[in-house]
Design a protein around this ligand. Structure first.
Ligand SMILES: *Cc1c(COP(=O)(O)O)cnc(C)c1O
Length: 413
């Protein structure tokens, strides 16, 4: 059955026919049946070059052998124990070794769960009620962070969600990205703030890069106000390099959330930080957190395989930089602006790279939509939103980069 027919049936079974809103591409999304390397196979015909990559987790591409082997080996040993397993220690050890901010971790099943728990932990640790987030920052789909979130919420023009209690939203304060003065002003005016949660590189409305010194200023200001700094590295963790943004920019937060890449493409979330804070998590402390699938063996072996591969092949990070730089050089002459960092990239339909949410929203989304459709006709799938980051994987070789460059050139002209 073709995508149009499948979608007609799906909308009767599921709201918008999808399991996550960004996938509801109009007039209908394409349906995927398999994936390998840098490509997706759809029910409609030719394989598509994939620069969406599951919205970030698949840094090794689809079904890479090292992860596939690890999953297959684990399958025969069972996939849920309800007890601790030695695998938890293995992945925890890697994460602790790689992240200056992390002495202890808790495994959960999604990035949303990780940020939800990290925020609760910050409140439990500090005894304060408020949080500050960055406009356009996305931390998952739970109450309290769904305010001017990036991702699908921005694309659909829903700056807020129905069903979120106003009193919850009222304790989520907003600051613009790249504006340390605004953060200083908010924290000076409100001394009941537990934490600032921030994507060190805005990945769900961009990428939008931190300007020189911004993250260091954020670190100083939060420390001066006794406010915990949470880096949401669900996208940047193991994607910008080993140790994520905190190593790349040399700024150490109090708590860190991970997800996506660290699960090797299987569902995972992680939050971690100094032992002094983490010991407040149940059972050693009063901040409750629990999950049936937390630390499940399949996600752990997939994550371990991916992390160990990346650590043994760190040259890939420089190659990502080279690949997106070359793409920028070939795309840069077209109107708009090209933003890139390692394997993250995006062409904005806006004359200058956005510095924050407000500037990103000035992009021409109608032009983007036209471009997106043409890219698909050229056999390239980029995320269907001006506000979602494009990704590369190690499966994107010379042939794929050439194809991508050609597609950009003909679709932007
Ligand atoms: C994707 C994402 C999340 C949510 O992770 P899920 O696994 O989808 O729940 C949280 N924070 C950031 C920065 C993300 O990109």
């Amino acid at each position: 059955m073709r995508s149009a027919d499948l979608y007609r049936k799906a909308v009767r079974l599921m709201p918008g026919g999808v399991s996550s809103p960004v996938r509801a591409i109009s007039p209908y999304p394409f349906y995927t049946t398999s994936a390998a390397g840098a490509y997706l196979e759809t029910v409609d015909g030719p394989w598509l070059l994939d620069c969406c990559l599951g919205y970030g987790p698949l840094i090794l591409g689809h079904a890479p052998e090292v992860v596939l082997d690890a999953i297959e080996a684990q399958l025969a040993l069972g996939w849920l124990y309800g007890t601790p397993s030695p695998l938890e220690l293995d992945l925890a050890r890697e994460i602790v070794a790689d992240h200056p901010s992390i002495e202890q971790v808790r495994f959960v099943s999604t990035g949303s769960e990780a940020t939800m728990a990290a925020i609760r932990l910050a409140r439990g640790f500090s005894g304060k009620s408020g949080i500050v987030k960055v406009e356009g920052g996305f931390h998952g789909a739970h109450d309290g962070v769904l305010i001017k979130a990036g991702s699908g919420a921005t694309t659909l023009g829903i700056p807020d969600s129905a069903g979120v209690l106003p009193e919850v939203a009222a304790r989520t304060l907003q600051v613009p990205f790249n504006d340390p003065d605004a953060l200083e002003a908010v924290l000076s005016a409100d001394d009941d703030v537990a934490a600032l949660i921030i994507e060190p590189v805005l990945g769900n409305i961009g990428p939008i890069l931190p300007e020189d010194g911004y993250l260091a200023a954020v670190r100083e200001i939060t420390r001066a106000h006794d406010v915990l700094l949470i880096f949401d590295e669900v996208i940047t963790g193991y994607r910008l390099g080993i140790g994520g943004a905190q190593v790349r920019y040399g700024v150490t937060p109090d708590l860190t959330t991970l997800g996506k890449v660290v699960g090797g493409g299987l569902p995972i979330g992680v939050f971690g930080g100094r032992a002094e804070i983490m010991r407040l998590v149940a059972p050693t402390g009063p901040v409750y957190q629990a999950g049936t699938f937390s630390g499940n063996p399949l996600s752990l072996v997939a994550g371990l395989a991916a992390v160990r591969w990346l650590k043994a092949n760190q040259g890939v990070y420089a190659r990502f930089d080279d690949a997106t730089r070359a793409l920028e050089e070939s795309v840069g002459r077209w109107p708009g602006s090209f933003v890139r960092l390692g394997s993250l990239f995006k062409h904005f339909f806006r004359s200058a790279p956005p510095r924050n949410y407000v500037e990103a929203k000035q992009a021409d989304t109608v032009a983007f939509r036209r471009f997106w459709e043409r890219m698909l006709q050229h056999g390239v799938f980029v995320p269907p939103s001006q506000f979602e980051t494009n990704f590369l994987s190690v499966a994107h070789g010379e042939e794929e980069m050439a194809k991508l460059g050609e597609a950009y050139a003909s679709c932007l002209s």
